[in-house]
Design a protein around this ligand. Structure first.
Ligand SMILES: O=C(O)CCC(=O)C(=O)O
Ligand SMILES: [Fe+2]
Length: 269
């Protein structure tokens, strides 16, 4: 297949290529997907960084206008996520533009993913999931779904046993999930949403949009979220480091070393 996911992690990922909860799942997620990120030309110095590069698109003869539609949708979602990030900043007693500042989301790793779930019925007892339990990695995710149920959230990640609640599809609305980096920035005041997909035997489509900070952005406890009585709970890390680690843990075909990926492309996956 010509648009199989490449060294920049753009393009098609086959069924079961991703395993979002590897400790629990007996096989990969019963979904296939297509990654579209920020388009970085090969001759741009940023293209040397993991996860940066041009997008892959099927030929316009096969899907006329698709690239234009996806590019436009991606740009509109960046604008919308920036608006939501201003509300998050205000809620954290920061200046409204905090997350918009240079170095934070001016070169955001904003990724659209088109997902298609098969008819395989999930079976928690046997470790079979549409999407294994996880929280998203970045600042926030806007999730559009069709009208097939399946998404579940767990409001208290630390509860034993965990309690899972259905999130019913709502026409015309996005589901907003907060990500791990916002949890770290806010010292746990905002929790990243633990979620999973339980498939009930009906095909399902969803489109998450992951709005993740610049690759080199340091994510460390905000001054407004810690005090002497409430010291930072998490080690600082960079956005890129967190994303690369997560992709390594969950994508069978992900190679973080681009040179190695060039020598050993993901043939046959
Ligand atoms: O398909 C869904 O509703 C959720 C997908 C998801 O959680 C993800 O891709 O991170
Ligand atoms: Fe997710």
């Amino acid at each position: 297949m010509k648009v199989i996911h490449d060294k920049n992690h753009r393009g098609y990922t086959p069924f079961e290529e991703e395993v979002l909860d590897p400790d629990v799942q007996s096989k990969g997620d019963s979904k296939e997907g297509y990654y579209i990120g920020v388009s970085v030309p090969e001759n741009d110095p940023r293209a040397k960084k993991p996860l940066h590069g041009p997008n892959q698109y099927p030929s316009p003869d096969v899907l006329p206008g698709w690239q234009e539609t996806m590019t436009r949708y991606h740009s509109e979602l960046v604008i919308l996520c920036k608006k939501v990030s201003r509300l998050l900043a205000l809620a954290l007693n920061l200046e409204e533009s905090f997350f918009d500042k240079p170095g934070i989301t001016d070169d955001a790793m904003a990724t659209l993913r088109l997902l298609h779930y098969s008819e395989e019925i999930s079976d928690v007892g046997r470790g079979i999931y549409g999407t294994g339990a996880h929280s998203d990695y970045g600042l926030l995710t806007l999730l559009a779904t069709d009208d097939v149920p399946g998404l579940q959230i767990c409001k208290d990640k630390d509860a034993v046993p965990q309690v899972w609640e259905d999130v019913p599809p709502m026409k015309g609305a996005y589901i907003v999930n907060l990500g791990d980096m916002l949890e770290r920035w806010s010292n746990g005041l905002f929790r990243s949403t633990l979620h999973r997909v339980i498939s009930r035997g009906i095909e399902r489509y969803s489109i998450p949009f992951f709005f993740d900070p610049n690759f080199d952005c340091w994510v460390e406890c905000l001054p407004t979220c810690c005090s002497e009585d409430n010291p930072p709970k998490y080690q600082p890390l960079t956005s890129g480091e967190h994303l690369v680690n997560k992709y390594k843990q969950t994508h069978k075909g992900f190679v973080s070393d681009k040179k190695a990926a060039n020598e050993n492309p993901f043939e046959g996956q």
